[in-house]
Design a protein around this ligand. Structure first.
Ligand code: SF4
Length: 162
């Protein structure tokens, strides 16, 4: 992994990618495509340095709360998120500014932040999208080798809906 300085985090449509690259290893992943102009190995994760501070600044400039989207290019719950907590800190910033959030992930690490996600949902809106590629856990381990299998993801959805 390596850090990189960024001046902005929010896209024009209020999307954020806190990391660049991914270690989940899905065999069908198209985020590795050269069209995304990544100048480092896909599994050498680039961390957008102080992204939560940049987000705090950018949201403070908004005239009203917005819905933030994350997870379209890189899963926000990569293994390194467990220690770095950049996604968690961005969620705290989103909550601070009364914004909503839509998260796409395949990882059960999202359960760590369930309390915070519930708070955001009560205050604004929180949408969690979990990819279910196959109902066969053994096949899942082959095609998405470095992230939890489907049965665990179904458990996540049950937790999120409670
Ligand atoms: S989780 Fe998404 S970005 Fe990561 S390897 Fe799988 S398809 Fe690619």
């Amino acid at each position: 992994m390596h850090y990189k300085d960024y001046k902005s985090l929010l896209s024009n449509k209020n999307g954020i990618n806190i990391y660049r690259g991914c270690t989940h290893g899905c065999i069908y992943c198209d985020s590795r495509s050269t069209c995304y102009q990544m100048n480092h190995s896909f599994t050498d994760i680039e961390i957008k340095k102080d992204s939560y501070k940049i987000l705090d600044y950018e949201l403070s400039k908004k005239r009203k709360p917005v819905m933030i989207g994350t997870g379209s290019m890189t899963d926000p719950y990569l293994h390194l998120e467990k220690e770095l907590e950049y996604t968690k800190r961005c969620l705290e910033v989103i909550h601070k500014h009364h914004c909503g959030v839509s998260i796409q992930t395949k990882s059960d690490l999202i359960l760590r932040d369930i309390e915070l996600l519930n708070k955001i949902n009560k205050d604004s809106k929180c949408v969690v999208e979990i990819t279910l590629t196959t109902s066969d856990d053994n096949l899942c381990k082959i095609i998405e080798p470095n992230v939890c299998e489907t049965s665990k993801r179904v458990e996540i959805l049950k937790n999120v809906m409670n």
